[in-house]
Design a protein. Structure first.
Length: 593
């Protein structure tokens, strides 16, 4: 029964299984090694003995006096060498109480001499013995013992290397991900009750590593990766195998009841650094994620996937260590599902539509324009808000396709309204990825011209200010839009970025004050003071100022008193479908002359 075996014992049995199996090329090399051993030491016969539960297998035999391929375990000479855990030599077996009753000594082929050296795996476990026998008694000098030890070392190293081909990470020389998967598989035995933990460590920020490689060369990065593995092992003081599963990512399988609770890893992993050269050290920001599992309960791929999920949670939330969290994993899966589902909607599947929210001039109560906002009706998940799916799309090329969809839908609507005598400009929201597209402004201008509309009927709301400011392409894209005659609004002013000197770097017409800035305008005096100064300053700089998210009459009146130009918000109207907007517009215009 394998259920109660230690991890090492399982590794040993797995190694024995591998060695027992016939493998032509490997066995031929082993054959040459046993022959060389016999010849060098001047002993007639040599072979490799492998022991399992009840059988001894003779592998790569050279000049056996009888055609034996396996024997009963209890008749194996090498039991003595295994028990002694060292080289065992018997000059004359007939005179030795350990061997004299052995059937191969008492009967044919009447073996008289035995020398056996244990073969060890890298973990130190004995997986077989390199044996020499003779049908005559022999003296075996200490020099011969030393040679036998060397030969056994060579055979062990050969076997290790042979079985590790494809299982070793070439840079760190640690066992790799394939090996980890195999080892996880080895833990799976029917009825296993023990729980384990797979822990993953992320030690390097890949973009930074590429920067280093770019300026100092790949060797420096490879040295760093090796340093990291060593440091990790030293710091953690674990004896479990460390695997290298991806560049800068390491893994350990440990008992789930291991003495180092994950929380304590914090102290262990803090303050580590790796050398770039003699002068420069870089701080390692190590994150770890782990998952507990009972072998057999999950397959190895799923175990690793969960550990990766935990690791990414830790990295994403800037935590040192995080356990696998099913809820967060489910959300991640749903994100992926949404992303996957989205594509057909961009190509005609019904479910995407625009809603429009009016913007009102405070001076005269007129509607100055509309903001187009995307909506997605999912057949199973219902109405999904843009805050939920746009951040997902932004990481993909689908974002450009969505913006194009919005542009076409908005322009088609503007055209329809124009035909009905409604001449209101519509603004669309664009982020850094759109603004950075080389021909974005030209393509937009072409689409407007193709519909016979003036550019003044389309406005651009610029999202992601900080990222736009960091991108020369995006800033350039904004300039081109401005040159083409589009009105540019800066969205979400008052969130994030606090240095307002940047405003002059962007060609802006309208500044949209974020709702967070104005929502306590009537209840908080300090907020009133801030908004008042912000509006004065923006007006002094000649911007049109629009306040977003105005929900009540009090805020509306205050903003008017403070000299704000326009408002947008639930107080006047939520975003509406085109048809509803027309109705709203009819009512509003009747009421406001
Ligand atoms: P945003 O551009 O700041 O849009 C304003 C958001 O505030 C809209 O949310 C709108 O429905 C909501 N809102 C309007 N009035 C009020 C109010 O009085 N009170 C409150 N609490 N909220 C109000 P929505 O439509 O969910 O859009 C959220 C964000 O998603 C937008 O923020 C924008 O950043 C993004 N987004 C929406 N449509 C698009 C699009 O077509 N393209 C891109 N790139 N982003 C879009
Ligand atoms: Ca907006
Ligand atoms: Ca906004």
């Amino acid at each position: 029964m394998l259920t109660n075996l230690s991890h090492d014992e399982k590794k040993r049995l797995a190694a024995i299984e591998l060695l027992k199996a016939d493998e032509h090329d490997r066995d031929e090399i082993l054959g040459r090694m046993t022959r060389l051993t016999g010849k060098t030491l001047g002993i007639a016969t040599s072979f490799i003995a492998i022991l399992d539960g009840d059988t001894q297998y003779l592998k790569a035999p050279y000049a056996l006096p009888a055609p034996v391929t396996e024997t009963r375990r209890e008749d194996a000479f090498c039991l003595t060498a295994v028990a002694a855990d060292d080289i065992t030599v018997c000059a004359d077996m007939r005179l030795d109480p350990r061997f004299r009753d052995n059937p191969f000594v008492r009967g044919a082929p009447y073996v008289r001499f035995y020398a056996g050296a244990p073969l060890r795996s890298r973990d130190g476990v004995i997986i077989g013995t390199l044996c020499l026998i003779d049908i005559q008694p022999r003296l075996f000098t200490s020099e011969q013992i030393a040679t036998l030890r060397i030969m056994a070392g060579l055979v062990s190293a050969f076997l290790e290397a042979w079985h590790n081909i494809g299982y070793i990470d070439a840079v760190t020389l640690l066992p790799n991900r394939q090996r980890l998967m195999n080892d996880l598989r080895l833990l799976q035995t029917p009825g296993a009750v023990r729980r384990y933990r797979l822990m993953l460590f992320d030690c390097i920020d890949m973009p930074f590593a590429y920067e280093i490689a770019r300026s100092l060369g790949m060797t420096v990065v490879e040295d760093m990766l090796r340093d990291m593995a060593t440091l990790l092992r030293l710091k953690l003081e674990w004896h479990d195998t460390l695997y290298s599963v991806a560049t800068g990512r390491y893994a350990v399988i440990m008992d789930d009841d291991s003495p180092i609770p994950p929380a304590e890893l914090n102290d262990h992993l803090a303050g580590l650094s790796a050398h770039i050269n003699t002068q420069i050290n870089i701080d390692l920001h190590i994150s770890a994620g782990y998952v507990g599992f009972a072998p057999g309960e999950l397959d190895p791929t799923e175990i690793l996937r969960r550990a990766v999920s935990a690791l990414h949670d830790a990295i994403g939330r800037k935590k040192r260590v995080m356990a696998y969290d099913a809820a967060s994993d489910a959300r991640q899966k749903e994100d992926f599902r949404l992303l996957n589902d989205f594509y057909p909607y961009l190509h005609g599947k019904p479910g995407l539509y625009l809603v429009f929210q009016p913007k009102i001039a405070l001076r005269n109560g007129r509607v100055t324009g509309l903001e187009a906002l995307i909506r997605w009706q999912h057949p199973a998940l219902g109405n999904i808000t843009p805050d939920r799916f746009i951040p997902l799309l932004e990481k993909t090329t689908l974002m450009a396709a969505l913006t194009d969809w919005v542009i076409n839908a908005a322009l088609d609507q503007v055209k329809q309204w124009s035909a009905k005598g409604i001449h209101l400009p519509v603004s669309i929201n664009v982020g850094v990825s759109d603004l950075s597209r080389p021909h974005f402004a030209d393509a937009l201008a072409e689409k407007i011209t193709a519909r016979g509309l003036p550019p003044a009927l389309l406005g651009i709301e610029c999202l992601e200010t900080e990222r736009v400011l960091e991108s020369a392409e995006a800033l350039h894209g904004l300039e081109r839009l401005k040159q083409r005659g589009f009105t540019i609004s800066l969205d979400d002013f008052g969130t994030g970025y606090s240095n307002i000197g940047y405003l002059r770097k962007m060609p802006l017409d309208i500044i949209k004050l974020d709702r967070s800035l104005i929502k306590t305008l009537t209840t908080d005096k300090a907020s009133h003071t801030i908004v008042s100064h912000v509006i004065s300053m923006l007006k002094a700089l000649d911007y049109t100022v629009l306040a977003e998210g105005v929900e009540d009459a009090g805020t509306f009146t205050s903003l008017r008193a403070l000299g704000c130009d326009e408002v947008q918000g639930f107080y006047h109207s939520p975003p509406l479908t085109a048809a509803h907007l027309e109705t709203w517009l009819g009512h509003y215009q009747t009421a406001h002359g």
